[in-house]
Design a binder for this molecule. Sequence first.
Ligand code: SAM
Ligand code: DTB
Ligand code: SF4
Length: 325
Amino acid sequence: MSTMTAEQVSALFDLPFNDLLYRAQVVHRQHFDPNAVQVSTLLSIKTGGCSEDCGYCSQSARYHTGVGNQSLMPLDEVVGAARAAKERGATRFCMGAAWRGPKQRDLDPVLDMVRAVHAMGLETCATLGMLHGDQAQQLAQAGLDYYNHNIDTAPEYYDTVVHTHGWQDRIDTLKLVRGAGIKVCSGGIVGMGERRADRAGLIAQLAAMDPQPESVPINLLVRIPGTPLGDSPALDPIEFVRTVAAARVALPRSLIRLSAGRRGMPEELQALCFFAGANSVFYGDRLLTTPNPQTDEDMALFDKLGLRPMPADTGAAVDPVQTGT
Ligand code: SAM
Ligand code: DTB
Ligand code: SF4
């Protein structure tokens, strides 16, 4: 596996925009069908009241954001939401919980959810916070395909944003996930006041993982009033596209997911992100606690751009000869 240092990723960011997008587009076409986009739907199965102090998050108990504290959703509601997501065309269903990490009594009902969603023929993903002991193995045995656990930013910037756990804790959980044979979904957030060097550092850290994460969500900060980052200055949209393109070049075989923040992006910006190598989205009217584009708007955009939903389990490399390039 060839990897890139933070300096090399920084050099990508510094390229003229057209050169960067060309590099990204070439890499994208070498490894993927350029017109296929993977479609995941999110569900918050346990919302709010979280012990952690992540400075971007509406669900921390420490900030007054208007997000209530809801206990774990019953199994039948989760199954109903997964069925609706499948009917609308999602191939992966991601269950998110506002925990520092699950206790065993939290995990047991989540294992039932994973079994039920897996049995429906959807790819399963969960994001439950830090794992310990044999929790990752239990999830793998229940049929979990992916675990989402973002490293969120460069190690040097992490402690500016989060104080109740550290960047290394995130890495430790990712190791448990890999060790259990679960595919890794890990990415980050941009627009948190970090420098370009931190964005490059985030991407270089993801690229240095061996193997690289199968899925890499790139979130644009959703500025939540009441959180420490609620008044952050907006990231320049062109810088966001550069981030997507640099991620595509450094992570050639990963699905790069346009994640939080898409609702605020005009179609032209989303189109540029797809051109820069993004090939996955969160699809469905809500993310966890904030709105996402409406599904019919997304389908209209896909139609306009000639994009097709990617079938499940073809996230890895495809033969470029068959891609109609
Ligand atoms: N509690 C678990 C954790 O922290 O890993 C799982 C849920 S947490 C909400 C999942 C991810 O959502 C975070 O790591 C972060 O990348 C993203 N996220 C949360 N709030 C966000 C916001 N306001 N804007 C953009 N991304 C956000
Ligand atoms: C990820 O990288 N982004 C998603 C998912 N993984 C769990 C969450 C985005 C949350 C956006 C803010 C909210 O809706 O609360
Ligand atoms: Fe809790 Fe996760 Fe939000 Fe951090 S990002 S406050 S761990 S829900």
